[in-house]
Write a protein that binds this ligand. Structure first.
Ligand code: TYD
Length: 204
C-alpha cells in the first residue's frame, strides 16, 4: 500500500491537533497504520530545537529562526517521515513547509520563495499529498489560546503578524488548489472532521 503524507496548517489555536486526532482514529479504524507527528519537535533533536525557537528569551534573527525550523524539518523528514511513508503508512503532520512560508516568509518578512526553497532543500523535496488548512481569524485563534501560560515567542507577536500569516496561508492555498483543502476553523468539530474524512477517503 502506498504511503500518504497529509499536513495540517492554520494559525495558532485553529484546532489542528483535534482534527489530526480524529482523523488518526478514523484511519486506524480503516485498518491503516498512522504516524501522527508535528513540527517543530517531532524528533529528539527537534524537541531541543523547539524549545529554543519557541521559548528562548532574547532576540533570534529572522534568518536564524528560519534555519532552526529548517533543521528541525530536515531531521524529522529524514528519520521519521520518509521511513514511515516507505513502509506504506499514513503520516498526519501538524505543520510543515507552509508554516515556514507563512510565519517566516510573511510574518517575519523574508523572501517567501527563499524560505520555501530552504524547506525543499531540508526535506530533499518532499511535498504533502494533501494539506488541510483550518482558516481562522487571527484574533479568534489567539483568544482560544489565552489560557495557555508558557511564554511563546511566536504566539506573542502582534495582530499584524498573525494577519499576515493568515493571508499568506490563503494565498498558498489559492496557488495550489489541488493540494489544499481549506475549511473555516469556526465550523463544528464534527462537520470539519467529516469534510476531512471525505477528502481523505478519495485518496485511499
Ligand atoms: P505549536 O505550539 O506547535 O502549536 P500550534 O500549531 O498549536 O500553534 O506552535 C508552533 C509554532 O511554531 C507556531 O506558532 C508556528 C510556528 N512555526 C513557524 O513559525 N515556522 C514553521 O516552519 C513551523 C513548523 C512552525
Amino acid at each position: 500500500m502506498a504511503g500518504l503524507f497529509i499536513t495540517f496548517e492554520g494559525g495558532d489555536g485553529s484546532g489542528k491537533s483535534t482534527q489530526s486526532g480524529l482523523l488518526t482514529a478514523w484511519l486506524q479504524g480503516q485498518g491503516r497504520t498512522v504516524l501522527a507527528s508535528r513540527e517543530p519537535g517531532g524528533t529528539d533533536l527537534g524537541l531541543e530545537l523547539r524549545n529554543i525557537v519557541l521559548h528562548r528569551r532574547g532576540h533570534i534573527t529572522p534568518r536564524a529562526e528560519a534555519l532552526l525550523y529548517a533543521a528541525d524539518r530536515a531531521q524529522h523528514i529524514a528519520t521519521k517521515v520518509r521511513p514511515a511513508l516507505a513502509r506504506g503508512e499514513i503520516v498526519l503532520q501538524d505543520r510543515y513547509l507552509d508554516s515556514s512560508v507563512a510565519y517566516q516568509g510573511a510574518g517575519r518578512i523574508l523572501d517567501p520563495n527563499e524560505v520555501r526553497g530552504l524547506s525543499i532543500w531540508a526535506s530533499e523535496g518532499l511535498l504533502p499529498d494533501l494539506t488541510i488548512l483550518l482558516d481562522l481569524d487571527a484574533d479568534l485563534g489567539r483568544g482560544r489560546l489565552s489560557e495557555r501560560t508558557q511564554y511563546d515567542r511566536l504566539e506573542d507577536e502582534e495582530h499584524e503578524f498573525h494577519a499576515r500569516v493568515r493571508a499568506a496561508y490563503l494565498d498558498l492555498a489559492a496557488a495550489e488548489p489541488e493540494r489544499f483543502l481549506v475549511l473555516p476553523a469556526t465550523d463544528s468539530i464534527e462537520s470539519l472532521a467529516s469534510a476531512i474524512r471525505e477528502r481523505v477517503a478519495g485518496l485511499l
